[in-house]
Design a protein around this ligand. Structure first.
Ligand code: KIV
Length: 256
């Protein structure tokens, strides 16, 4: 499968084809995904939760993102890879520009993602795209703002919240993002946003009417002991499988 570009991703808008994106954090999994028909890989700052054991993504640093994104890029040379700009690294336009350039140059990813549609972000997105760094937007539940948003919940449930999300989506498109992640947005509002903008929307926990879907690979394959979020039905239980194999190896019932 031919590697995507920002142009081919944009071109999917309005077509029947659905964009598939999964998160990835390590070289071996990246190599595996590289051999599939997956459209895009996201090195999400969810690495903080699912790999590093942090309570929230707020603890993830720029160096963490550079380390994990570089590993993924070494494994997935034929995929379009996006890396999250972590918490606090784009609080101002100048720091955002400096940190995004460092992440982009060192990890060699194809694009960066940032959360929210604050004025600073809009200005930063313009500067980044002028510099040559493609940007993905992310609205709705934005985990880096979990404390400010007051927890994890579905957004767009009332008229005011729905209007704000639609305005944010339009502002981000205008600023220059080439696609937009909608996390935990009501399916009705996700559909409205998808119809209101000319760039692809990638949903997570936001219904099925978006132009694509993204999932955390650890949820999809149930790689941990916790049950994944309600919107993700795992297709396997790798945690149980690994546990029973290792127990079997230890008690001698599984030979090698
Ligand atoms: O960090 C992440 O994995 C994400 C996805 C949930 C969209 O941002």
């Amino acid at each position: 499968m031919k590697k995507h570009t920002t142009r081919s991703i944009r071109a999917i808008k309005g077509k029947e084809q659905n964009l598939n994106m999964l998160t990835c954090y390590d070289y071996q999994t990246a190599k595996l995904l590289d051999s599939t028909s997956l459209d895009m890989i996201l090195v999400g700052d969810s690495v903080g939760n699912v790999i590093l054991g942090y309570e929230t993504t707020v603890e993830v640093t720029l160096n963490d993102m550079i380390t994990f994104s570089s590993a993924v890029k070494r494994g997935a040379q034929n995929k379009f890879v996006i890396a999250d700009l972590p918490f606090g690294t784009y609080a101002t336009v100048d720091s955002g520009l400096k940190n995004a350039i460092e992440l982009f140059q060192k990890s060699k990813v194809e694009a960066v993602k940032l959360e929210g549609a604050f004025d600073t972000n809009l200005e930063l997105i313009k500067k980044l795209t002028q510099t040559g760094i493609p940007v993905v937007g992310h609205i709705g539940l934005t985990p880096q703002s979990v404390h400010e948003q007051g927890g994890y919940y579905t957004h767009g449930k009332n008229e005011q919240s729905a209007k704000r999300l639609i305005d944010e989506a339009k502002a981000l498109e205008e600023a220059g993002v080439f696609c937009l992640v909608l996390e935990c947005v009501t399916p009705a509002v996700a559909t409205l946003i998808t119809e209101s903008i000319n760039i692809p929307t990638i949903g997570i926990g936001s219904g099925i009417q978006t132009d694509g879907q993204v999932l955390v690979i650890n949820d999809l394959l149930k790689m941990g002991s916790d049950y994944p979020p309600s919107f993700c039905t795992p297709i396997a239980d790798l945690y149980d499988l690994k546990k029973s194999l290792i127990s079997g190896y230890l008690d001698g019932s599984v030979s090698h």
